[in-house]
Design a protein around this ligand. Sequence first.
Ligand code: NYM
Ligand code: MG
Length: 211
Amino acid sequence: TYGKTSSRGKLIVFEGCDRSGKSTQCAMLTERLRKDGHKVEQLKFPDRTTSIGHMINNYLANKEEQRDEVIHLLFSANRWESMQKMSNLLLGGTTLVVDRYAYSGIAYSAAKGMDLQWCRQPDVGLIKPDKVIFMTLSADRASERAAFGEERYEKKEFQAKVEKIFEQLFEKSYWQNVSGDGTVEEVHNDVYGVVSQIVSSDCGPLEKLWT
Ligand code: NYM
Ligand code: MG
């Protein structure tokens, strides 16, 4: 065996508003890192495949109503139900590229007017990301992109509020803003520049978020 043996996988999280290009960039980064020889898996939240995920999907598709507190806790529970699998993969040396995480949980709920500290609590103790890539794109530009407006929350005014909350969540030590305003290749090169080093480095043990 060769290379960076025994080093755990890294948790790379993409955050940003709807239509900022996260899903495209997650896929491109996963492919690129695999080409570089890393073990990589792609995940996304909400994970709509679980029973909690089905409830979330129905809520987002406007087929079911939920109290704001209830849907907030379901989104968080949907992350908690993945923690065992994620830690197994990370400790086994697989890097995870994750489309949305706890920051989306807070930003979308707090944008409704919910208390930010209340919103943060259920996600305290999740695995802490090694890097958060925050994709910036103005609400005006995002709303011009395909399919904007099909799901709950996909309204320009609301997205602008979400973006503001994301800015409050910025944590200097491990967040990096990347402009989503270029071609997919340009954005991909910026993203790759941010993560290529961290993926090959030794990051120490897994830590818990906000503890
Ligand atoms: N969303 C996503 C939340 O409101 N809370 C959360 O915790 C997460 C992970 O779900 N508009 C919202 C943001 C999106 C929507 O996500 C569905 P996606 O990435 O479009 O499938
Ligand atoms: Mg969406």
